[in-house]
Write a protein that binds this ligand. Structure first.
Ligand code: ADP
Ligand code: MG
Length: 385
């Protein structure tokens, strides 16, 4: 990481002409299991990864907030007093939206000093590893510190979510920000998305001789359009029709009744959420009581449910998952919102290269673009560096 820290300081100095006063960072995340359950107020089990978004910050003596990123050319500038979600556009809506959202959660920004931010990242964008939560969380912890706002991590997660929902306009849940802010090395964050209670679950991958391989298909997804919003709408329809506040309130015992009442498509959407919630609970028990070798079948079942019931997979993701499974993975599934992005495979360390070669070969054979593969390590959440 030392290189990227040098880069972010250099980028800051080139952009603003002075040295930053501090550096904060926040990780991307991988969702081990629990997909599309967050906005249904169910359970998720993500972990923070060793890919981070770094923010260098300098204080100003006026009320102006500026943001720049190695990711883009322009420097966005706004008066803190004028922050409003409607006026934010493009990537600056993420960091500036966080500043606006802090005020929505009660921060008094009237007297705070202006700030210059420069952002660098090693989280691939749009790969389902939540570069969005990484940028939101890095900016949230940085501003929380320098403006001395005193918000706890759980509140900062809500701040990031509000920024993404209202300033960016993407209706995502609370999972990504929670993982990025609450993660810990070698642990997953088990989050109840209704109570927002969270606990850390030991993963023990390294001790068990396992690694998590990310297979980024390179097919980029967009949560703002199409499928993601349609799935949310189906879930809301299912809950309404079944007379519950959210699908969280249903269990596998409710499936026969759901099948009778709902149309086939809505039923399959609902079945994914209900069974996925149960798989998250089962995964937590398996990790706590047996260890990571016991979760492979749950990962595999999760993928089938997303492929057939929730219909958010794509052929590239299915091929990555199947090829990993056939070549020695303990378990594999697509991860993230779907319609592109990445799959994860839990793989014995000595089997990684064999799986990579097999996946490269399978993608070439199917005429798909070459996937990017790398391992990730469960890592600590956002921090001042
Ligand atoms: P994901 O979270 O899966 O990577 P999203 O579409 O949710 O994909 O978020 C990606 C968007 O977040 C980018 O298009 C960009 O607007 C913003 N973003 C992420 N990382 C950065 C960064 N380092 N600098 C500027 N904007 C970023
Ligand atoms: Mg995102």
């Amino acid at each position: 990481m030392s290189d990227i820290r040098d880069d972010v300081v250099e980028g800051f100095e080139e952009t603003y002409g002075y040295s930053p006063s501090g550096i904060w960072s926040a990780p991307g995340r991988v969702n081990l299991i629990g997909e599309h359950t967050d906005y249904n107020l169910g359970f998720v089990l993500p972990f923070a990864i060793n890919r981070r978004t770094i923010v260098a910050l300098g204080l100003r003596d006026d009320g102006i907030l500026r943001v720049a990123s190695a990711f883009a050319d322009e420097v966005a500038e706004v008066e803190i007093a004028d922050l409003s979600p409607e006026r934010l556009q493009g990537w600056p809506a993420y960091p500036l939206g966080v500043a606006w959202a802090l005020a929505q959660y009660g921060a008094d920004l009237a007297g705070v000093p202006g700030v210059d931010l420069f952002i660098e990242s090693t989280v691939p964008v749009g790969a389902g590893l939540s570069s969005s939560a990484a940028i939101e969380s890095a900016v949230a912890v940085a501003l929380n510190d320098v403006w001395q706002l005193g918000f706890d991590r759980a509140t900062l997660a809500k701040v990031g979510q509000l920024a993404e929902n209202k300033a960016v306009g993407v209706p995502t849940g609370i999972m990504d920000q929670s993982a990025s802010l609450l993660g810990r090395g070698d642990h997953a964050v088990f989050l109840d998305c209704r109570s927002l209670e969270s606990s850390l679950v030991p993963l023990g991958f390294e001790e068990a001789g396992l690694q998590v391989l990310i297979i980024d298909t390179g097919v980029s997804h967009s949560h703002a359009t199409g499928g993601y919003a349609a799935r949310r709408a189906s879930c809301e329809l299912g809950a309404r029709t079944l007379g519950v506040p959210s699908l969280r309130d249903l269990t596998v015992d409710d499936l026969p009744r759901a099948q009778q009442i709902l149309d086939d498509e809505t039923f399959r959407r609902v079945r994914h959420i209900i069974t996925e919630n149960q798989r998250v609970l089962d995964t937590v028990i398996a990790l706590r009581e047996t260890g990571p070798h016991a979760i492979g079948d749950l990962l595999d079942a999760s993928h089938i449910s997303m492929r057939d019931d929730f219909e958010i997979s794509i052929p590239e993701l299915d091929l990555a998952v199947e090829t990993a499974q056939l070549n020695g993975a303990i378990g594999a599934r697509m991860t993230g919102g779907g319609f592109g992005g990445a799959a994860i495979a839990l793989v014995p360390t000595e089997g990684i290269s064999r799986i990579q070669v097999a996946i490269d070969g399978a993608f070439a054979e199917h005429g798909f673009g070459q996937p990017t593969m790398f391992t990730v390590v469960p890592s600590d959440g956002a921090a001042r560096d």
